[in-house]
Design a protein around this ligand. Structure first.
Ligand code: AMP
Length: 282
């Protein structure tokens, strides 16, 4: 695996691969790799001739500077894990490569960005995500880009970006990888203390309660939501939202029929966690 620091160098490497007839897969990440990231890399490895993993903690998508400062970073460990997953190129640029002096463009998407993560983290969050992903697509020009369903709203935002700007890339969403007790893997999990780690399973339990409520015959979204919130631990976890939305449009549903997406965000101590699950009526 080759670690690449500059836009010019990754472009040159990808150009050569393309010239050789190779297909290119891109896995955009912010590092601190866990099995969720590795599952995306493995999927890319199965499907593409060359795999590029980008590792860039994107300051533009952090609304909270203390969250950015606390974000776990360990490039040496990440490089070893990516090499183990047979990644070809780790593109790990410094901030000045991505946002050079004079940088002045923002990609801003309406609609799907406005609720949930967009409402709670602020407009700038998805502007930052869309801008950096548009840049990565232009820099790497992948055939396929791999994202985790763990960030379901992000997947919807990226699909909208690609559709609206006619970007020639296929977006593949990969299933959420979980710890044995159900907690969705996240780079932020290492920030949890022992008792917080215990309480963090509440997000997954709330989603399970929603699914059970629907399985038991409940179809009213308000009642399903109430059952989910009741399953959260009563202290030390601060829910920001629990939404039941159409899986396609992310518009809230009032009645559960067919397939809906349940999404939850909560603060556990100082750490903000998100999770989601698809619920289908029988
Ligand atoms: P991040 O480094 O947190 O920006 O995540 C990079 C990519 O990995 C994103 O597409 C995430 O959705 C995905 N990802 C993060 N956690 C998981 C997980 N537990 N399972 C599957 N994919 C994940």
């Amino acid at each position: 695996m080759i670690t690449v620091r500059t836009v010019a160098d990754i472009r040159a490497a990808v150009w050569k691969a393309r010239h050789d007839g190779a297909s290119i897969g891109l896995v955009p990440t912010m590092g601190a790799f866990h099995d969720g990231h590795l599952s995306l890399m493995r999927r890319a490895r199965e499907q593409c001739d060359r795999v590029v993993v980008s590792l860039f903690v994107n300051p533009a998508q952090f609304n909270d500077q203390s969250d950015l400062a606390r974000y776990p970073r360990d490039e040496r460990r990440d490089a070893a894990l990516a090499a183990g997953a047979e990644v070809d190129f780790l593109f790990a640029p410094p901030v000045e490569q991505v946002y050079p002096r004079g940088f002045a463009t923002t990609v801003s998407i309406a609609g799907v960005t406005e609720s949930m993560e967009g409402a709670h983290r602020g407009r700038g969050h998805f502007d930052g995500v869309a801008t950096v992903v548009a840049k990565l697509f232009n820099i790497v020009s992948p055939d396929v880009a791999y994202f985790g369903q763990k960030d379901a709203q992000q997947v919807a935002v990226i699909r909208q970006l690609v559709r609206d700007l006619d970007m020639p890339v296929r977006i593949e969403a990969c299933p959420t990888v979980r710890e044995p007790d159900g907690l969705a893997m996240s780079s932020r999990n290492v920030l949890l203390s022992g008792p917080e780690r215990e309480r963090a399973t509440g997000l997954h339990r709330a989603l399970a309660a929603a699914r059970e409520s629907v399985a038991a015959g409940e179809r009213d979204a308000t009642a399903v939501r109430a059952a989910a919130i009741a399953a959260l631990p009563s202290g030390g976890i601060d829910p920001e939202y629990f939404e039941l939305v159409s899986a396609d449009t992310l518009v809230p549903v009032r009645h559960i029929d067919g397939e809906v997406l349940a999404l939850v965000a909560a603060r556990v101590g100082a750490t903000r966690l998100i999770d989601n699950d698809t619920i289908r009526t029988p």
